[in-house]
Design a protein around this ligand. Sequence first.
Ligand SMILES: [Zn+2]
Ligand SMILES: [Zn+2]
Length: 353
Amino acid sequence: MKGYVVTGPAQGSYTDIEKPVPKAGQALIRVIYAGICGGDPGLIARNAYGASPEQPRAYGHEYYGEVVEINNPDNLPCRVKVGDLVVGPQNAPCGVCDQCMEGRFSICSAQYGAIRRPGGTFAEFLERDVDKLFPIDPDVDPIVASIAEPLAIGVFDVRNSGIGLGDTALIIGAGAIGMLIGILARHNGASRIIYTEISENRIEQMRAMGFEVYNSLKEDVRKIVADTTDGGVDMVFEVSGSQPGWDLAFDVVRPKGRVVPVALPNPNRSVDFGKLVKKEVDMLCVNMHHLNDFAEAANLINRGDLNDELRQIVTSVWPLEQTQEALDASLDKNGKEIKILLRPGLKERVPLV
Ligand SMILES: [Zn+2]
Ligand SMILES: [Zn+2]
């Protein structure tokens, strides 16, 4: 089969790769769409999964596909059958460490272990454990179904943040995850959601979706928040990973408010702990998602209430063959692309916005 294969740091190419054979307890899935995650270019650049010319690896973790084969001789519990359309996570929690036993799969100490790491999604086929597949109704828009994985992250972040009825939030950064957090927080009853963003394209798009958005390079967001709230916002989601984003977060959160760092910050970011302590700010860290968040993401997509909004996140579909070009386009600082999907067999890029 064909796939985007990495053989070393920044050594990726579209080429032939061995088609996966599902082991006992696994399904073989034909990829319909694979999503490019904001972190993918970085993972490929530093060869995070330790690929080599002898052990090439297909990259990517977001997908929507069709089950074409199930190898389940022991009849393990399974939600899907051959022919079903499915989504699922890539993480392979060990199931036996303390974190796994308490259900916290996102911080399993062994989940990045090479032994159980399944194949990447930038390929024509992939294999997955049958218990980590979630069915998608056939009448759901495939474009929306394809963002199940980032949606699961949004679900995890919003659920854990505790944001609810009447709360106010500032979301720093309107990339795919930032957008999803806003959509879900609004759905949860947040009374006011403010965005800061620096890309005019994204600002325009978020305003069209009815959000209050400011360009943090041009507008004084600290003053706007100070003038229009009673001491700050209840919650800040930091989804930019930037130093100005971190500084802003601790300035505008209200006393006893909560800051949720979502984007992985550069290791050298600094935090003014004085501000945290003086306001008794609560900092809540979130990493990826748990399995139940994936189940909820699939439920939300199947229910469909938010699907019109969710669809806005996907900006274009590229041929799988052009994965490298699509990865490069995903880094465009003008923010024209938000979520890019790859499609095996597609001939040319299809813009969606
Ligand atoms: Zn992702
Ligand atoms: Zn574990």
